[in-house]
Design a protein. Structure first.
Length: 234
């Protein structure tokens, strides 16, 4: 099999810290160079994050891997057709709001102790599945502690108010999709929307935190997607 000739730029989920992606990046390094972006905690909106991401894209051929929150952001970045971009891969992600609820509901997150044991216990099944994953949730708590609650609330508002389906259909590069069979945060209909026009689609038996629960399987799927999207010289 021909080696991958593209770098992978990994765009993290809602917290934006990249802390939850170390295990995945280590697995991915078996196939290609993988750079995990770490969003500044004071940059909130997709529109403000676009130039920040654009300034950090490599000159060499590369592909974007967008996890969850970063799906719409990756579409916006790719729509500008930056030099070297060869494709976009979405993993447990979406092009428009995964939940049909008013964006104003994100305001309820302000002032909530999101890293308290009770809060983490409530959200754990939606992130890692029904089987307890204390190490992952502990790491998640550390990531959340680095991000102001107001930033989390504003980013959640962005998610609930986004719709990049038209821009997705007009992407200047091919895209692939990796979905979680037991994703309780992103419903199947959102994966199906991403699937339209996709050059690659795969479902992995796992929860929303796919790259955290199954880093090796996720890395293998991403490698397959990169090959399908043209990340080799043959």
């Amino acid at each position: 099999m021909a080696p991958l000739t593209c770098k992978l730029v990994v765009m993290p989920g809602l917290d934006g810290t990249g802390l939850l992606l170390d295990a995945f990046a280590k697995e991915m390094s078996r196939y290609c160079a993988a750079d995990v972006l770490r969003y500044p905690s004071d940059v909130v909106s997709y529109d403000d994050l676009v130039p920040w991401v654009a300034e950090r894209l490599p000159e060499a051929p590369f592909m974007l891997l967008a996890e969850s929150f970063s799906g719409p952001l990756a579409i916006k970045v790719a729509s500008a057709a930056p030099d070297g971009l060869r494709g976009v891969i979405f993993i447990t992600s979406f092009a428009r709001a995964p939940m049909g609820v008013p964006a104003v509901l994100a305001e309820g997150l302000r002032g909530v102790p999101v890293t308290s044991p009770l809060a983490l216990k409530i959200i754990a099944p939606f992130c890692v599945g029904l089987e307890p994953q204390p190490e992952i949730m502990e790491l998640f708590a550390k990531a959340l502690e680095q991000v102001p609650v107001d930033t989390l609330a504003d980013r959640l508002r962005e998610i609930l108010d986004t719709d990049e389906t038209e821009a997705l259909a007009a992407l200047p590069v091919p895209h692939g999709v990796i979905a979680g069979a037991h994703d309780r945060l992103v419903p199947p209909r959102r994966a199906e929307e991403l699937k339209r026009g996709a050059a690659f689609f795969k479902t992995i038996d796992g929860p929303h935190f796919m790259m955290q629960r199954h880093p090796r399987a996720a890395a293998k799927a991403v490698k397959e997607a990169m090959i399908c999207l043209g990340a080799t010289d043959v």
